[in-house]
Design a protein. Sequence first.
Length: 489
Amino acid sequence: MIALANRPSDQGSGGGSRWSATFGKDLAASVVVFLVALPLCVGVAVASGVPAELGIVTGVIGGIVVGLLPGSSMQVSGPAAGLTVLVADTVAQHGIGALGVIVLGAGLVQLLLGVLRCGTWFRAISPAVVQGMLAGIGLVLMLGQLYPLMGGTQPRTTWDKVTGLPALAANAVTTTAGLSALGVGLLTIIITVLWQRTPARVRAVPGVLVGVVVASAVAVVAGLDVPRIAVGDLAAELRLPDLSVINTGVLGAALVFALVSSAESLFSAAAVDRMHTGPRTHYNRELVAQGVGNTLCGLVGALPMTAVIVRSAANVQAGARTKASRVLHGVWLLLFVVLFPGVLGLIPVAVLAGLLVHSGWKLLALKNVASTLRVDRAEGAVLILTAGLIVSTDLLTGTLVGLGAAVAKTAWDVSRLNVTVSPLGDDDELVVLRGNATFLRLPRLLAALERIPLTKHVQLDLTGLRHLDQACREAIDQWAERHRDVRQE
């Protein structure tokens, strides 16, 4: 028998004392999440090719609006690095004016999926496809952000990005502008990585924030001439969606946004649920909450949102107890963008590029890729296929082909059939079938049966079958009938 003790925040004789203890922890956690979210919101926006303020607007909506809605109590929503590539390609293809319509459409699709109770279906996607999707996004993100990291201009196509790397590297080490950008970018990455090795009390301040602040301060003090974030008027950046841009491509992009952001949010929810002992996520309600958030983001022309595992993990690890922490983090983001917008203009673009290169590396997760390849080569092949196609084509093609490959692999695995033919005497044969007799194994089954002379008397043992589909059943019946007819002649 296991006894569960109440956590300190749950103890107390009155609701007021419980609320006080809980609110204090939520308030502290909200500050930590705010400090993690701020540079990421800005970095994702800049990398996506939209004004930095729009990333913070998405973070505000994700915190205050989605934070108040039912679904998950601990995970935090906002603009995500995983959607950066998709948003950048969409803006390049359809223009920033179409972004609001696409995000609005994605939100409405998510609302419909949640109402139809499709949330739990996202949990059925193969882990290999998920890892491949994240690895592919990470590769594309790193490949694109290497250019601003080294003071260069990012090419449009993947092939151009790959072939342009030698010239980019040469420019980074031979020009003042390249060396300056590379220096502050690498400094951001180094501080962010090394900060994780500091004592726990020191790590209460997020390494992401420390890296951005220190690298930006170095750039200012040293007087480095590096491109910095352009800060505009927030009110001027917000715009109602222009429905006149709707066409087949825009509708297709909205569907892709909906599916990718939903999958990422619900995968994040499953991971966050393993980090705490509080209420579990209600997936359909969480999908509705994400839909409401993206609908509002679309109405003001902001970036799409999804649940973000980095902010969610920071929220749990900082001691959050209720959804108040994620709501308050949205309030701090709102106050910052209203009161201190000029601070953003001090941050070099290379600093945010370094931050996103680091995020892309974590999405790539080479240890997980290697582990999958060791455990199951077929699963590893699905992972590599998915990631490779995302890099070489696009996110939708890679994910859909990966899903198809995973389904084909599963169908092959569950169709394993063992056919054993043993003599029982001069005129008798015993045929034993074990496993799953499906149409995929029909050729093998018929080949084994047809090798038995028609003059033999056959005993067919089907007790070892776990599944016998209609195609195999009809084939066995037809073979048995033909066998009986020959023996009766």
